[in-house]
Design a protein around this ligand. Sequence first.
Ligand code: FAD
Length: 306
Amino acid sequence: MALTQDQLAEIAAHRDATAPTRRATVPALEALLYEAMPVLDHGFVRVVDYMGDDGAVVQAARVSYGRGTRKTTEDSGLIRYLMRHRHSTPFEMCEIKFHVKLPIFVARQWIRHRMANVNEYSARYSIMDREFYIPAPENLAAQSSVNRQGRGEVLQGQEAEDVLRILRDDASQTYDHYAAMLNEDGADPSRQGLARELARMNLTLNTYTQWYWKSDLHNLLNFLSLRADSHAQYEIRVYADAMLKAVEAWVPQTYAAFTDYRMGAVTLSAGMLAVVKRLLAGEPVEQQASGLSKREWTELMTSLGR
Ligand SMILES: Cc1cc2nc3c(=O)[nH]c(=O)nc-3n(C[C@H](O)[C@H](O)[C@H](O)COP(=O)(O)OP(=O)(O)OC[C@H]3O[C@@H](n4cnc5c(N)ncnc54)[C@H](O)[C@@H]3O)c2cc1C
């Protein structure tokens, strides 16, 4: 995470300033506010603003005049009920804004989540930094032979070294060409320099970009349920994991309900439930006669730890 001294000083100054407010604030999230949580080799996530807290979810659900909160146990019971029954709108009353620095190929996956407000660093207006994501050796995996969207064993020895060298060399070379085409400050007086909006097309997808990303709590939880999941690619999952820490600090009761009913839960189809009922009744059930496909069967058995 390469933050400059100036950027660190700006963050520190922002963290030192306080202002009185009547609005709900959350001390645990205030402690994190503006701090950059490092992700990957040069990336980060930092919370730059938020609105609401667990109380705001309860307040909206009860349509109260005041804070709407009762005893912590009652509030937490209500939040669990809302989460369990997918009553989503009370969670939309809370909002959070992140500043994220991430490789372009991760940004491409992330931007598919449409229910958010995004403003990205403009590579038409500004020059991209010379920063590329190079995986740590333990994350340099082979293509999975069983899952076309997944990874297999970690590459070893000469092959790993070759891949890392190719990634570094290609990114460096294309960046050198990018800088040469831009010809900033007239480095070569015989050339005009290509427009920034065109020169950038030559950069590799592991080049870092940045954006501000704002979402309400409901849609943030949808994002996290998909991207903090083991099926998500490692490089986006680590961002989701960092954001989960912010959610835990911000809305601990909602976070607890979310980890219970969404992250730790399994959805069973009617056919799967029927199999579970037969298993509980002590009936021997085989995949072929279960009505489930091989894949469904394997997923169910894995979920049941069988
Ligand atoms: C592991 C994984 C693998 C994936 N693989 C691929 C892939 O191979 N190819 C690919 O293209 N994508 C892929 N995706 C992206 C995926 O299909 C979704 O586009 C992405 O996760 C966004 O999810 P979302 O629609 O729930 O989120 P959001 O876009 O934030 O939407 C949230 C909800 O808002 C509603 N909504 C949003 N926009 C609209 C709209 N315009 N109209 C109606 N309702 C709307 C929907 O109810 C939606 O569920 C993958 C995602 C994951 C997690």
